[in-house]
Design a protein around this ligand. Structure first.
Ligand code: UTP
Length: 292
């Protein structure tokens, strides 16, 4: 099996970042000088993905504009000798074959993924959440693609999280796989578990590879936590029919979908930016001195 396609659900309402997200999609908020969504697309491309479907909604057309050519802007940059910037602006639209589809009703992540079935057809595909940025030395999606291709099955990205935080994520029941210390077999999953439902501190975080079997599970998936069609519920059902791997991936994960998470991401990326890192460090040290 070969994973060539990816789906990026970015159709959520982003209510935790209001009022900014009233008219700016959270996926378009900048992390230093690039929108979150560009980092996510670049991770997919570095993982060998050629075709990308971005799920959007009626108030998020700026995402389509961003991945299109902008001849007027390019011309202006070139006219003033800013060739490199003009090439970079053009390069964004050439990153991959990107198509867009609207999720007409915001019924949940599971529903968003189900909307992608005509795009993926009978091929396996990756899913990358549009507001989660990952900075693994080896792209996190590639880590999942390699596991999924080796075993010929679905794979989800998972990490151990603090047990008192697990209620914000999902909890996994899993078992070891012979000869593997980072890859496990997923047995069950519960989204936003109550304390008495917790299986473990192992949770799925933002990256997935699925066989088309996920659509069979999603086709009749009932609404779950929060009244939404939950992807986790469909994964739990898929795991009872097919092998699903939980890959304890390497790399850091940044959730840009809430204010503290977004601010943390901006500061971390600014610190590691070749252009602004030195400035950011000095600024933080100066602020720390002022505050102490
Ligand atoms: P989140 O729950 O983090 O996004 O969904 P949200 O619903 O936009 O956030 P809040 O709670 O209102 O602040 C995770 C990912 O799934 C997408 C979101 O865009 C995000 O990338 N999503 C969620 C959809 O594409 N469609 C949905 O119906 C729900």
């Amino acid at each position: 099996m070969k994973v060539r396609k990816a789906v990026i659900p970015a159709a959520g309402l982003g209510t935790r970042l209001l009022p900014a997200t009233k008219s700016v999609p959270k996926e378009m908020l900048p992390i230093v000088d690039k929108p979150t969504l560009q980092y996510v697309v670049e991770e997919a491309v570095k993982s060998g993905i050629e075709d990308i479907l971005i799920l959007t909604n009626r108030s998020k057309s700026s995402m389509e504009d961003y991945f299109d050519y902008h001849p007027e802007l390019e011309e202006k940059l070139r006219a003033s000798g800013r060739e490199e910037e003009a090439d970079a602006i053009r390069g964004i639209a050439d990153l991959a074959n990107i198509v867009f589809m609207r999720q007409k009703e915001t019924l949940g992540l599971g529903h968003a993924v189900y909307c992608a079935r005509s795009f993926t057809g009978d091929e396996p595909f990756a899913v990358l959440l549009g507001d989660d940025v990952m900075d693994g030395e080896k792209p996190v999606t590639l880590q999942l693609v390699e596991a999924a291709e080796e075993y010929g099955c679905s794979a989800v990205g998972a990490r151990h999280v603090a047990l008192d935080q697990i209620g914000k994520y999902c909890t996994l029941r899993y078992e070891e796989m012979p000869g593997e210390d980072k890859i496990f077999r997923l047995l069950d999953a519960i989204e936003k578990p109550r304390p008495e439902e917790i299986f473990s501190d192992f949770a799925i975080l933002g990256r997935y590879v699925f066989t088309p079997g996920i659509f069979t599970a999603l086709a009749d998936q009932k609404p779950g936590y929060g009244g939404e069609i939950q992807l986790t519920d469909a994964i739990a059902r898929l795991a009872k029919r097919e092998t699903v791997l939980a890959v304890d991936f390497e790399g850091r994960r940044f959730d840009t979908g809430n204010v503290p998470g977004y601010l943390e991401t901006v500061v971390e990326y600014a610190l590691s930016s070749p252009e602004y890192g030195g400035w950011m460090r000095e600024f933080i040290l100066k602020k720390a001195r002022e505050l102490s």
